[in-house]
Write a protein that binds this ligand. Structure first.
Ligand code: PXG
Length: 461
């Protein structure tokens, strides 16, 4: 099958060859990929993507956790087309603005938690978190406490791939490449009960994991600590759903020491948890909130940082010029598409309908895997789920080395035209919020088959 883009009419092998010769892929062993050739995705609709061989694949990951609204919404294409004819680009520096950026800013203040009424636009979640580092340190500087520079994050957190994003993240393999983390970023234990909570109930463990924050603040000296940052539910870390006790205790500690609470909603935002934001799900009142992905459902790149009224007051009323910004901050086409996406989510009640109908169905169906011999734990909230594979489900013995069995299972999913992500030995689902019950059935059937084939390969039954 040939696939045409202007100027090139190539078949699968030709696209793969050009890719091999010229394209360096993110988070990829390029040598290994080049041996087998990349999969070429050519189009998408609803919850499905098609590859260049014409195979229809169920996208259980909504792209990279972002296509919340589903593929193929022509309204968004139309909005981009019209906006690009009207005003394809102008910046929002130097005392200018334009309708798409201003409209989206106002719309975001409506849909985000009530006390968040200002946004700083970026082009990605990583840039949002870089902006967070600068905002947090600037905030304390303006408040006359420049020594408050340390930001505390968690091991196995993911906050992006730029220097600051990867530093905030707790991914050791990322830190090892490029001399990270940058100074004054600290990491505490993550609230991963299945892996770390042996001998404790989830509730006890949640408190223990949260109190690691208090211990670190005391160790560093509270006068040095600027903020705590966390994903409501860790996504790329393996859909780690914290015990119920965790977030209330984190909030108590942040308030006690007067440090800023930064909630990274890049995955959890815009409906992923069945509420508009993970902060709504856990009842959090963040001082700063990072957003991206579902903000535009991935149709165009855009991110941002929401500021609480209190933070905005300090930054705007007392801060003078904030020396930060990107050429494409508030890009007109990206803002117009994001606003259209948010309005569709809101006006079609996509999040509310998912919460009532398909979220409970997905959550109950993935829990059927609790009895599977390979599955040690099933985790999930909203349209997020994880099947934790374990060598011995009774003793919680994990596979060693970690990741090989997850990759094997992932390959069985792929061969069966289902996209699931393996994070170590956790199998992840994060489908578009518009997935139907029958599509969930298809996802579960295909995942079951992949698990069975994996168990067979390992001689487990
Ligand atoms: N914060 C969180 C919580 C994320 O999940 C980012 C920030 C960075 O966003 P950008 O737009 O800069 O990518 C993310 C991104 C994976 C995977 O393999 C996850 C992400 C990105 C790429 C791959 O699960 N999350």
């Amino acid at each position: 099958m040939n696939m045409t883009i202007p100027g090139r009419n190539l078949d699968t092998a030709q696209w793969q060859e050009l890719d091999r010769l010229h394209h360096v892929h993110p988070f990829t062993d390029s040598k290994a990929l080049n041996r087998k050739g990349s999969r070429i995705i050519t189009r998408a609709d609803g919850v499905y993507v098609w590859d260049s061989d014409g195979r229809r694949i169920l996208d259980g990951m909504a792209g990279l956790w972002c296509v919340n609204i589903g593929y193929g919404r022509k309204e968004l294409a139309r909005v981009a087309y019209e906006q690009m004819q009207e005003l394809p680009y102008y910046n929002i520096f130097f005392q200018t603005s334009h309708p798409p950026a201003t409209d989206l800013a106002a719309l975001l203040s409506e849909v985000t938690p009530a006390h968040l009424n200002h946004v700083f636009f970026t082009n990605s979640g990583s840039e949002a978190n870089d902006t967070v580092v600068r905002l947090v340190r600037r905030y304390w500087d303006i408040k006359g406490k420049p020594a408050r520079t340390v930001i505390i994050s968690r091991e196995n957190a993911y906050h992006g791939s730029t220097m600051a994003g990867a530093s905030l993240g707790g991914m050791k393999p990322m830190h090892r490449q490029g001399g990270l983390p940058i100074p004054d970023i600290e990491h505490i234990m993550q609230p991963y009960w299945y892996a770390l909570g042996e001998g404790l109930t989830p509730e006890e463990f949640g408190l223990r994991a949260a109190r690691a924050l208090e211990e670190r603040i005391e160790h560093l000296g509270p006068e040095r600590v600027a903020a705590f940052i966390g994903e409501p539910i860790q996504g790329a870390g393996g859909v780690i759903v914290p015990p119920e006790t965790y977030w209330p205790e984190i909030v108590r500690i942040c308030r006690k020491y007067d440090i800023l609470l930064v909630v990274d909603e890049v995955i959890c935002g815009f409906g992923r948890t069945g509420k508009w934001f993970g902060s709504d799900y856990y009842g959090l009142e963040p001082d700063l909130m990072s957003i991206a992905k579902g903000l535009s459902s991935g149709y165009l790149p855009i991110g941002g940082v929401m500021l609480s009224d209190a933070v905005a007051d300090v930054l705007i009323e007392k801060g003078g010029e904030f020396q930060h910004g990107f050429t494409y901050s508030g890009h007109p086409a990206c803002c117009a598409v994001a606003a259209a996406n948010v309005r569709i989510l809101r006006d079609e009640r996509i999040i509310e309908r998912a919460e009532q109908e398909t979220v409970p169905y997905l959550q109950s169906r993935i829990r059927e895997f609790e009895t599977h011999p390979l599955v040690g734990e099933v985790r999930g909230v909203g349209m997020l789920g994880a099947l934790q594979l374990a060598k011995n489900k009774d003793t919680r013995l994990m596979f060693d080395p970690p990741g090989d069995v997850g990759s094997l299972c992932r390959d069985h999913c792929t061969a069966n035209d289902l996209i699931m992500r393996a994070v170590g030995d956790s199998m992840i689902v994060s489908p578009p919020l518009v997935i139907s019950r029958s599509e969930i059935d298809e996802l579960i059937d295909k995942a079951a088959r992949a698990l069975d084939l994996t168990a067979r390969d390992l001689g487990i039954s």
